[in-house]
Write a protein that binds this ligand. Structure first.
Ligand code: SAM
Length: 310
């Protein structure tokens, strides 16, 4: 690909370079802000998954340049070059210590706004990528419940994939208003969009927890769970993860045995075959040599009754 071909294809990529943004995604946040005014009145902001830092740049230019008292904390697994007015934390948004460090920069107070443009490393396997992205959004929402003040706002990147309504339902439990925003700078061909969640208002009995994100209970928890736990159907993984894998094919003779099977394959009848299987009649016909006749008759009947499609 030539040096200029990406410039030709992508106007925002070109604009970003011209305006000094570290990534074209800066435009997405600015367009969301233009529509929803999420930065208005904000003095404490958190940028989750911030590197290389174009969203932090927007916060720096739109908040810090107007008010030097504005505090901006940017978190990422990766290090990031410094920006005016932006405090950088190299950390994982799934960790409690990251939430504690964020709050420590706000003198123990909670943030007015949390934004997250996080993305996991893409594998190219759609289902896996969608799943990883949805987990990252949930992680962002979870850490947000530790650091956001009541009535504060939350913006996060999502992929509008199959189970997105479940995420919307979860967000609606925590925010007064939830919108799905698609900025112009986000390509139409991409299922990328942004949830804009306004007015943080968690359920009354909700207690933020990192080890148990969004209060999705483990089986043992159910006994001591609060009413908010019981509104969510828990998903419990059961069984030893080192055991047999139901999605894998194994050879008939297996030398490396994990379970109660002989190493040399022997065929065994089913312990309890079905008593009235749907195929029983066909098996009887075949035994009498009448199966071919019956299928011929069926074919003729179909031919006779179903008109030819021209
Ligand atoms: N918003 C950024 C900008 O405007 O420049 C771009 C973010 S980039 C698309 C996604 C980032 O998410 C990566 O830098 C990655 O390191 C970060 N990330 C992924 N998982 C993370 C995690 N668990 N904790 C912190 N950062 C994470």
């Amino acid at each position: 690909m030539g040096k200029t071909s990406k410039d030709k294809r992508d106007i925002y990529y070109r604009l970003a370079k011209a305006e000094g943004w570290r990534a074209r995604s800066a435009f997405k946040l600015m367009q969301i802000d233009d529509e929803f005014k999420i930065l208005s009145g904000v003095t404490k902001a958190v940028d989750l998954c911030a590197a290389p830092g174009s969203w932090s740049q927007v916060l720096s230019r739109r908040l810090f340049e107007n008010d030097q008292n504005a505090r901006i904390v940017a978190v990422d697994l990766q290090p990031m070059s410094p920006l005016p007015g932006v405090i950088q934390l190299q950390g994982d948004i799934t960790q409690l210590e990251t939430a504690e460090k964020i709050i420590s920069h706000f003198d123990g107070e909670n943030a007015d706004l949390v934004i997250c443009d996080g993305a996991p490393d893409v594998t190219g396997l759609h289902s896996l990528d969608e799943y990883m992205q949805s987990q990252l959004v949930l992680a962002a929402l979870n850490i947000t419940t530790h650091v956001l003040k009541r009535e504060g706002n939350f913006v996060a990147k999502i992929f509008r994939a199959r189970n997105i309504t479940l995420l919307y339902a979860q967000l609606k439990m925590f925010f007064r208003d939830v919108f799905c925003a698609k900025p112009k700078s986000s390509r139409q061909s991409s299922c990328e969009a942004f949830v804009v969640c306004l007015g943080y208002n968690p359920p009354t009995d909700y207690v933020p927890s990192m080890w148990n994100p969004l209060r999705l209970p483990t089986y043992e928890d159910l006994e001591k769970s609060t009413p908010i736990n019981q509104r969510i159907v828990p998903f419990v993984a059961c069984g030893d993860l080192h055991g047999w894998d139901s999605d894998r094919c194994y050879p008939l003779d297996i030398d490396d045995l994990l379970g109660p099977l002989p190493e040399k394959y022997i065929y065994r009848e089913p312990v309890q075959p079905p008593t009235e299987p749907a195929y029983k009649h066909a098996v009887e016909l075949r035994r009498k040599g009448a199966l071919a006749k019956a299928t011929n008759y069926l074919a003729q009947t179909i031919k006779h009754h179903v008109p030819k499609i021209q």
